[in-house]
Design a protein around this ligand. Structure first.
Ligand SMILES: CC(=O)N[C@H]1[C@@H](OP(=O)(O)OP(=O)(O)OC[C@H]2O[C@@H](n3ccc(=O)[nH]c3=O)[C@H](O)[C@@H]2O)O[C@H](CO)[C@@H](O)[C@@H]1O
Ligand SMILES: C=C(OP(=O)(O)O)C(=O)O
Length: 438
């Protein structure tokens, strides 16, 4: 198992180029299953979760060609569907969250889709009801093997469009249902659809392939089913969670960092959430410039003087994936903030590690933590820690980079799941970070 050894307390300087978006990649890669024609995708991040999904597609006998480091072509013209019933699939399919989104395309095109309970971050209950209720609405039959945690949907006579009001605006659930509905017969209406930029990207790509989706960007999607889709070219957006992570890292290490080509219009409320913590963010064309926060940063309170809350909500609300980063950054701010993680119930437990390092945090309950910032009057202390999930891992890394002394982070596969080549990119900015085998 690899570890990061980090000597903290050093300010960094330079430019970073965000990787392509992990969570968009997972949707878009599954969409290649919807056509027999060639699909070219660029800006694919070289990270564990995405590479696992590419391998899974390869096992399904999708023809895959890598044109350069981040560009691939995919052609799903002669799939081996027997793989879906193999032991290998039971193992491969459960190793990441994104694999769940092969079900919609396979069901729509071949009348059957199976998946073992998918993996991903262990951050609380992560039910899949929205996905399967959607498929059932489209006419599929559903079965679940409780002993093996294996899900299956079948529709040998094809899917039929339907009206549905989703029980929650699930991101991967919406993507899955949209990918099934584009090849269903007739009209599908999805209300309470998730509408984050990656879903918009998916819908735009599907429309380019010949799908008929209206309402892209809203929570009401209308889809006219078509008989088949064709190939296309698609470029992934930069990863907004990585961009937010760089903003937080820059502020907490008092570093001057320019984040290049961020696709500002797709960042929604993210820059403002960091501004609420007092971080200065300058938009320079499509770059973000973060000056070195030599004198620290001060958390804003509300107009009436009450304590700021940063809480997650479905898009266009604040993504839950950045709350851990915002939390760690607040530990050195001037002032107090309540971090309210509404969506996931086990995502804040990593604060124990920050408390060990000297951060002032009260974990009120599994969803809420109050942070009382040090205003850089006291540095966090280096320590040994293990990364429980991708974003907690990144947050602990930020804490280690700002701490006094040398920290060790174990289990960094968790970080590699979502961040490309992080140690090398940090070294290029002047960070003292080494990867080694434990
Ligand atoms: C591979 C991928 O794309 N993963 C992302 C995707 O996961 P994923 O699609 O699995 O997450 P969902 O959107 O389904 O749900 C996330 C959590 O929020 C809860 N929930 C969801 C919607 C809602 O209106 N109310 C509510 O409480 C769900 O019950 C669940 O506990 O979206 C999550 C929410 O942005 C992100 O954290 C994940 O990084
Ligand atoms: C929760 C995340 O990912 P996943 O859904 O793949 O576990 C994340 O990217 O922060």
């Amino acid at each position: 198992m690899s570890v990061f050894k980090i000597e903290g307390g050093i300010s960094l300087k330079g430019e970073v180029h965000p990787q392509g978006a992990k969570n968009e990649a997972l949707q878009i890669l599954c969409a290649v299953l919807l056509t027999a024609e060639k699909v070219t995708i660029s800006n694919i991040p070289d990270i564990i979760d995405v590479n696992k999904l590419i391998e899974l597609l390869r096992s399904l006998k999708v023809k895959i060609e890598q044109l350069d480091k981040n560009t691939y072509t995919f052609q799903a013209d002669a799939l081996d569907l027997d793989y879906l019933e193999s032991e290998d699939f039971r193992k491969d399919g459960k190793s990441l969250r994104g694999s769940i989104m092969i079900v919609g395309p396979l069901l729509a095109r071949f009348g059957k889709g199976y998946i073992p309970k998918p993996g991903g971050d262990k951050i609380g209950r992560r039910r899949l009801d929205t996905h399967f209720e959607g498929f059932i609405n489209l006419g599929a039959t559903f079965r679940y093997n409780k002993e093996e945690y294996f899900y299956g949907v079948e529709a040998p006579d094809g899917l039929k469009g339907a009206y549905m009001l989703l029980d929650e605006a699930s991101v991967t659930g919406t993507a899955n249902i949209v990918m099934a509905a584009v090849l269903a017969e007739g009209e599908t209406t999805i209300y309470n659809a998730a509408c984050e930029p990656y879903l918009q990207q998916l819908c735009n790509m599907l429309n380019l392939m010949g799908a008929k989706i209206d309402g892209v960007g809203s929570n009401l999607l209308r889809i006219q089913g078509v008989k088949e889709l064709k190939g296309c070219e698609h470029r992934l957006l930069p990863d907004m969670i990585e961009i937010g992570s760089w903003i937080g890292l820059a502020a907490m290490t008092k570093s001057e960092i320019t984040i290049k080509n961020v696709a500002w219009d797709s960042l929604g409320i993210i820059p403002n959430a960091f501004r609420r913590l007092g971080i200065h963010i300058e938009k320079r064309n499509d770059d973000i410039f973060i000056p070195a926060h030599i004198d620290g940063y001060e958390i804003q309170s509300y107009i009436d003087g009450s304590i700021l809350t940063l809480a997650d909500a479905p898009w266009p609300g604040l993504t839950p994936d950045l709350l851990s980063v915002l939390l760690v950054v607040a530990t050195q701010a001037k002032g107090e903030v309540l971090i309210h993680q509404k969506m996931f119930e086990s995502r804040l437990f990593f604060v124990d590690k920050l408390i060990d390092m000297g951060a002032k945090i009260i974990l009120c309950d599994p969803h809420r933590a109050i942070i009382i910032g040090h205003d850089f009057k006291s540095q966090l202390k280096a320590t040994q820690m293990s990364s429980p999930d991708i974003r907690a891992g990144m947050s602990l890394l930020i804490a280690a980079l700002s701490a006094k002394g040398t920290s060790v982070i174990q289990n960094i596969d968790q970080i590699d799941r979502g961040y490309e080549n992080l140690d090398k990119r940090l070294q290029a900015l002047g960070a003292r970070i080494e990867r080694s085998e434990n």
